[in-house]
Design a protein around this ligand. Structure first.
Ligand code: NAD
Ligand code: UDP
Length: 316
C-alpha cells in the first residue's frame, strides 16, 4: 500500500484518480481548495477509511509524508482559468514549486498534469512532444498556457538540479462524468444544452478540431506513467488521436440525446486553437498505452451522468 497525495483531488480528473488509486488498495489524500472542484465528486469516497480530504491552496506550502504526488491542482476550463488569471499563474507556478519542494524533501515521486495547451495554436499537426509550441504569451489563454509551461520548466529544473523523481504528462481534451456543469467546456456545454433542448452554441464556424479522450483512458495513462522507471520522465502526450470538428461533435451529441436542439453560431473566442490532435507514439512505446474508448461510447456514459445530475439539481 502506498500513500498518495492528489492535488486537485475534488476536480473532474482528480476525483476519478482518487477513486482508482483507492480501488487499487492505496491510501489517498485529496488536497483541494474547491475553486472548481466539487464535494459531490468525492462524497462517495468519504466513508473509505483510507481516503483523507484536506482543504488547502497549493500556492501555500504543505507538509505531509507520502510516496507519490499527482499534481493536478489548477482550473482547466477557459472560463474558470480566465476568471482570475493572476491566480491561475500562481496556482501553476507556486503550486509546482511547493509540490516539487515537498517531493524533494520527502523523496517522493511526482507527476505533473501538464496540457496540450503548451503547444498553443499548433503549426505542427499532429502534435509531437518534441514540438516547442506556438503560444501567444500575452493573450487571454496565456495565464494557463504559460503557467503550465513554467511548471514544466520547474519540473525539469528540480530533476536536473535536485534529482527529484519527476513525470510529466501532456493531457489533451478529456471529458466524462464529474465535469463541472458550468465550466463552459464544449462537451459539458453541448450535452447540457441538448438535454434541455436549448440551442447548441458552436463558436466560430465549428471547423476547429479537437481530439476527445474519455477520462478512464486518461487515468490508465496516468498510472502507467507513474509506474515507469525513474529514467523516463516525459513529457508524454496522453489523448485520443480520433479528431473531430466541433460541428461534428455538436451533431453527434444531438443524435445521441435525441434532442430537439438547434445549432447556433457564436463568435470564436480569442486565440482559440484551430486544430489539436496528439501523436501518441511515445505513450504507446513507453507506457504500452493507447485509448480504448470511442467517442460515442464515452459520450453515452457522460450523457447518463448529466441526465442524473439535471434531475437531482434544478439549478443547472
Ligand atoms: P478541474 O477544474 O475539474 O480540477 C482542478 C482541481 O484543482 C479542482 O478541484 C480545483 O478546485 C483545484 N484547484 C484549483 N486551484 C487550486 C489551488 N490553488 N489549490 C488547490 N486546489 C486547486 O480540472 P480537471 O479537468 O480535472 O483538470 C485537472 C488537471 O488536469 C489540471 O491541472 C488541468 O490543467 C489538467 N488538464 C486537464 C485537461 C482536461 O481536458 N480536463 C486537459 C489538459 C490538462
Ligand atoms: N466551444 C464551442 N461551444 C461551446 C464551448 C466551446 O464551440 O459551448 C469550442 C471552443 O471554441 C473550442 C472547442 O469548442 O474551439 C473546445 O473548447 P473547450 O473550452 O472545451 O476546450 P479548449 O478550447 O481548451 O480545447
Amino acid at each position: 500500500m502506498k500513500r498518495i497525495l492528489v492535488t486537485g483531488g475534488a476536480g473532474f480528473v482528480g476525483s476519478h484518480l482518487c477513486q482508482r488509486l483507492l480501488n487499487d488498495g492505496n491510501e489517498v489524500i485529496s488536497l483541494d481548495n474547491y475553486f472548481t472542484g466539487q464535494k459531490r465528486n468525492i462524497v462517495h469516497l468519504m466513508n473509505n477509511p483510507y481516503f483523507e480530504v484536506v482543504r488547502h491552496d497549493v500556492t501555500k506550502p504543505f507538509f505531509i509524508e507520502v510516496d507519490e504526488i499527482y499534481n493536478l491542482a489548477c482550473p482547466a476550463s477557459p472560463i474558470h482559468y480566465q476568471y482570475n488569471p493572476i491566480k491561475t499563474v500562481k496556482t501553476s507556478v507556486m503550486g509546482a514549486i511547493n509540490m516539487l519542494g515537498l517531493a524533494k524533501r520527502i523523496k517522493a515521486k511526482i507527476l505533473q498534469a501538464s496540457t496540450s495547451e503548451v503547444y498553443g495554436d499548433p503549426e505542427v499537426h499532429p502534435q509531437v512532444e518534441s514540438y516547442w509550441g506556438h503560444v501567444n504569451p500575452i493573450g487571454i489563454r496565456s495565464c494557463y498556457d504559460e503557467g503550465k509551461r513554467v511548471a514544466e520548466t520547474l519540473f525539469m529544473n528540480y530533476y536536473h538540479q535536485n534529482n527529484v523523481k519527476i513525470k510529466i504528462i501532456r493531457i489533451f481534451n478529456t471529458y466524462g462524468p464529474h465535469m463541472h456543469p458550468h465550466d463552459g467546456r464544449v462537451v459539458s456545454n453541448f450535452i447540457i444544452q441538448a438535454l434541455k433542448d436549448e440551442n447548441i452554441t458552436v463558436y466560430g464556424d465549428g471547423q476547429q478540431t479537437r481530439s476527445f479522450q474519455f477520462v478512464d483512458d486518461l487515468i490508465v495513462a496516468m498510472l502507467g506513467m507513474m509506474a515507469t522507471g525513474d529514467e523516463f520522465i516525459g513529457p508524454v502526450n496522453t489523448g485520443n488521436p480520433d479528431e473531430f470538428t466541433i460541428l461534428e461533435l455538436a451533431r453527434k451529441v444531438i443524435d445521441l440525446t435525441g434532442s430537439k436542439s438547434k445549432i447556433i453560431y457564436k463568435p470564436l473566442p480569442q486565440d482559440d486553437p484551430t486544430q489539436r490532435k496528439p501523436d501518441i507514439t511515445l505513450a504507446k512505446e513507453k507506457l504500452n498505452w493507447k485509448p480504448k474508448i470511442k467517442l460515442e461510447v464515452g459520450l453515452k456514459k457522460t450523457i447518463i451522468y448529466f441526465e442524473k445530475l439535471l434531475k437531482e439539481d434544478n439549478t443547472i
